[in-house]
Design a protein around this ligand. Structure first.
Ligand SMILES: [Zn+2]
Ligand SMILES: [Zn+2]
Length: 129
């Protein structure tokens, strides 16, 4: 089991298996939401332990379409954890247990801030890979 939680501990969940992929988005929205590095999880693997009622969803104005979940108490970014899709990204920051994945791509590197240096060999793309 992979454990996950928010900063204040109100939200706790676990994953029955390891995430399938990890990537980092350098776009300004992911950066501001605090969810640049994401992991993809299967909905069937997600078990809520507590605090689902504390999770809020921010829906961006079009053309942006990806909703952003976060803890209403402490603001921790939780990615698309309320998604009804079979698989969706959540913020890697929220995971507490060690797992084997490493970053596999960088996207929207054209929006990367000048103060951040990419220090791994994962492929980089200007937009979506
Ligand atoms: Zn919290
Ligand atoms: Zn992004």
């Amino acid at each position: 089991m992979i454990q996950g939680s928010c900063c204040c501990g109100a939200v706790r969940f676990e994953l029955a298996s390891e995430p399938s992929m990890m990537g980092t988005c350098h776009c300004s929205r992911c950066r501001k939401a605090g969810a640049s590095t994401i992991v993809f999880v299967k909905k069937e693997d997600l078990n809520w332990l507590q605090g689902k009622e504390h999770v809020a969803l921010y829906r961006p104005a079009p053309p942006y379409k990806y909703g952003r979940c976060f803890c209403k108490v402490c603001g921790t970014s939780l990615g698309e954890i309320l998604s009804e899709d079979a698989s969706f990204p959540i913020a890697a920051n929220a995971l507490d247990t060690k797992f084997g994945l490493r970053n596999q791509f960088h996207e929207f590197v054209s929006e990367k801030p000048h103060w951040y240096d990419i220090c791994d060999d994962a492929p980089q793309s200007v937009g979506h890979p």
